[in-house]
Structures are given as structure tokens and as C-alpha cells.
Design a protein around this ligand. Structure first.
Ligand SMILES: Cc1ncc(COP(=O)(O)O)c(C=O)c1O
Length: 348
């Protein structure tokens, strides 16, 4: 076990009160190699010191972006326990993303075991609950040297972590401003439902222009009709209508099935009795009927959207009640402060 070789003092955790959503290098990371033509495909994996990785310049992902990632959080809670939130959900999505890029899917139980090892071997980097959490970033890349475009057989899974604080600073943490874009995040039939490198690479340029104009992020319409809400660069969207219904776009080829999205739906529906509708929601309906909007994600948690701008129209969404009620329950489950009726919590 890596813990036994722990070299205290080699790297320093940051001052907890200064945490933001940025990288702090930790002591150890996990690696496992996969070879499609061997049985079993994946080796047992091992913990190694956090360090640079050496790959061939011809490694397929370097040219073709054949790579995926995940993001999940471990939370230190009362009694010095550390809890993971729905790691099996990330494990399953990691498999689906791999399949979409014709990579070997990594076994879900090995994924959860590896995530726990990464947290355990970096315990001194897990912040106290009031300051933040330990974000775990699993990756899978096609690493075989290859010139032509085609299916690959050699893969590398790497899992590292970092202590993090809030994703946004200052006012944005109370509510973000989004620019509604008349374009899709991903192509029809593309990789939108998978967490692939390329989805994010292309989105930086798109959001950058609007961030310079003071927006926190962009909200994409769908790429088939350019009419219906999909999601932001890194979170799912919910809108509460005048009728009281809470609507979120249905999962399709352009939407990442967020674990926070699913948790929000289940808390709202099963614990709060809210009428949750997974259905197409046009921007016109949001303008006419929307009273509250929020985004969901592991990094964003549940974040209010206080304003959206569509064409030259500014739409202010004042209400925050549904988001507050849902977030309070979600946080108390994640902190082990209330029953976990859905079986979401896994102790490290
Ligand atoms: C495009 C996109 N949508 C939604 C989400 C939210 O997913 P989750 O709640 O699993 O973090 C993410 C973050 O992973 C994302 O990158």
C-alpha cells in the first residue's frame, strides 16, 4: 500500500482557507494498463508517486483525442470519516464514455477500489468539510503508438486527486450569468453523452469570448433545432416554471448524464414531492414561463442562474427556493448528516 511509503513533507497541502477549484499536486496517483488482446484486459493497477507520465509522441490520444475523464468528490465529515458520493455512477459513466470511443471499458469495482486508494494514500490533502473537498479525476487514454486513424488496443487509466474549494468565486457563487448560444455543444449523433476530451477542447474557445464580456459560462441550445436548452460547458440545467414544475432536458446524444442531475431529480421527486419533468424545454418557454433556474454538477454543485441573455434580451430569474431546498438535502446526505435513503454514500 502506498500509505506505508508515505513521505510526509514531500509536498504541502495548501492553506485550506485559500482553496479554489485548482490543482494541488498530491503524493500518490493510481495507474492501470489495459491491453485489449490479453486476458484479463486490465492489470491489477498500482499506486505510484504523483509524477509526469511518459508516452510515445505517436500515442493515439495525442493526435486523435481518444481519451475520457471523470470527476467525483470525497468529503471529510464529522468523526473524521471520509465519504464518496455515488462513485459507482462515475464508474458506469466511465465505461460508457470508453465504449463511445471504442476503448476498453474499465471494470466498475476496480474503478471504485482505485478511487478509494487514491483518497486513502493522499489523506493529508483531504480538507476539513467547511473548506472544501478532495476532487478525484480518473482518466483513460489510448496510448499505443499509431499513425493512422483506427481502433486501438492499448490503454492507460490514471487516477489522481486534488483538494478543491468552490468552482466560482465571489458573486458568481450566489448566482451565475449565462449567455444563451444559438449553437450546440456537440454534433447530432456525436459524443455529447460521453465525457470525452474533445467535447471540452472545443468548448473553451466558445465560452472564452463571452467570459471576456462578463458572463460566467454559456448555455447551449440543441444542435438539431437550435431551439431547446441542453447544458452549459460543464453542468446540467434545471428550470422551475410558473406552474411549479421543475423541468430539465431529457438525456440524449447531446447531454452528459450528470450524477448531480440524477440526484437532483430523485431528491426533488421522491423527497420533496416536486413535479419533475424530463422533457424538451425551448428557450421561448423559459422566457415566458421560467421563474427559477439552476445548474448542477460535481464541481458546480447546485448553482443559481440569476440571469440569462438570449440574443439581446436579458432574462432575470429571481427565485432560488427549489435549488435551496434540494441543495440542503443533497449536502446533508453528502456530509452524512441525514439518512441516505438512496444508498449513495460509500465510505473510504
Ligand atoms: C458537460 C457536462 N454536463 C454536466 C456535468 C455534470 O455532471 P456531474 O453531475 O456528474 O458532475 C458535467 C460535469 O461532469 C459536464 O462536464
Amino acid at each position: 500500500m502506498a500509505d506505508e511509503h508515505h513521505q510526509e513533507g514531500r509536498k504541502s497541502p495548501p492553506a485550506w482557507e485559500t482553496l479554489t477549484f485548482s490543482l494541488t499536486e498530491t503524493d500518490f496517483m493510481y495507474q492501470s494498463c489495459g491491453e485489449a488482446e490479453s486476458e484479463p484486459v486490465w492489470d491489477g493497477g498500482k499506486m505510484v508517486p504523483f509524477s509526469d507520465i511518459t508516452v510515445s509522441p505517436a500515442a493515439a490520444f495525442m493526435s486523435y483525442g481518444i481519451g475520457i475523464f471523470e470527476g467525483l468528490k470525497a468529503q471529510r465529515v464529522a468523526g473524521d470519516r471520509i465519504l464518496l458520493f455515488r462513485p459507482d455512477g462515475n464508474a458506469q459513466r466511465f465505461r460508457k464514455s470508453a465504449e463511445r470511443l471504442l476503448m476498453e471499458p474499465f471494470p466498475a469495482d476496480q474503478f471504485v477500489g482505485a478511487v478509494r486508494q487514491v483518497v486513502r494514500s493522499n489523506l493529508r490533502f483531504v480538507p476539513p468539510a467547511q473548506y472544501g473537498s478532495f476532487y478525484v479525476r480518473p482518466l483513460e487514454h489510448a496510448v499505443e503508438p499509431k499513425l493512422g486513424l483506427g481502433s486501438c488496443t492499448r490503454f492507460l487509466v490514471t487516477i489522481f486527486g486534488s483538494p478543491v474549494g468552490n468552482y466560482f468565486r465571489g458573486g458568481a457563487q450566489q448566482g451565475v450569468r449565462l449567455k444563451v448560444l444559438e449553437q450546440g455543444r456537440t454534433a447530432p449523433g456525436g459524443t455529447g453523452a460521453a465525457k470525452t476530451m474533445g467535447n471540452y477542447a472545443g468548448a473553451i474557445y466558445v465560452a472564452n469570448r463571452w467570459k471576456k464580456e462578463g458572463f460566467d459560462d454559456v448555455l447551449y441550445l440543441d444542435s438539431r433545432h437550435v431551439k431547446y436548452l441542453t447544458e452549459t460547458s460543464g453542468s446540467n440545467a434545471f428550470v422551475r416554471l410558473r406552474t411549479g414544475a421543475l423541468v430539465t432536458p431529457p438525456l440524449d446524444d447531446q447531454i452528459l448524464p450528470g450524477i448531480t442531475r440524477d440526484s437532483t431529480i430523485r431528491i426533488a421527486r421522491d423527497l420533496l414531492g416536486i413535479d419533475v419533468q424530463e422533457r424538451a424545454l425551448s428557450i421561448d418557454e423559459v422566457i415566458a414561463e421560467g421563474v427559477e433556474m439552476f445548474c448542477t454538477g460535481t464541481a458546480w454543485t447546485l448553482l443559481s442562474v440569476r440571469e440569462i441573455v438570449y440574443r439581446d434580451r436579458k432574462i432575470v430569474l429571481k427565485a432560488q427556493d427549489a435549488r435551496q431546498e434540494i441543495l440542503e438535502i443533497l449536502r446533508s446526505i453528502q456530509l452524512g448528516e441525514r439518512d441516505d435513503p438512496f444508498g449513495w454514500i460509500v465510505e473510504v
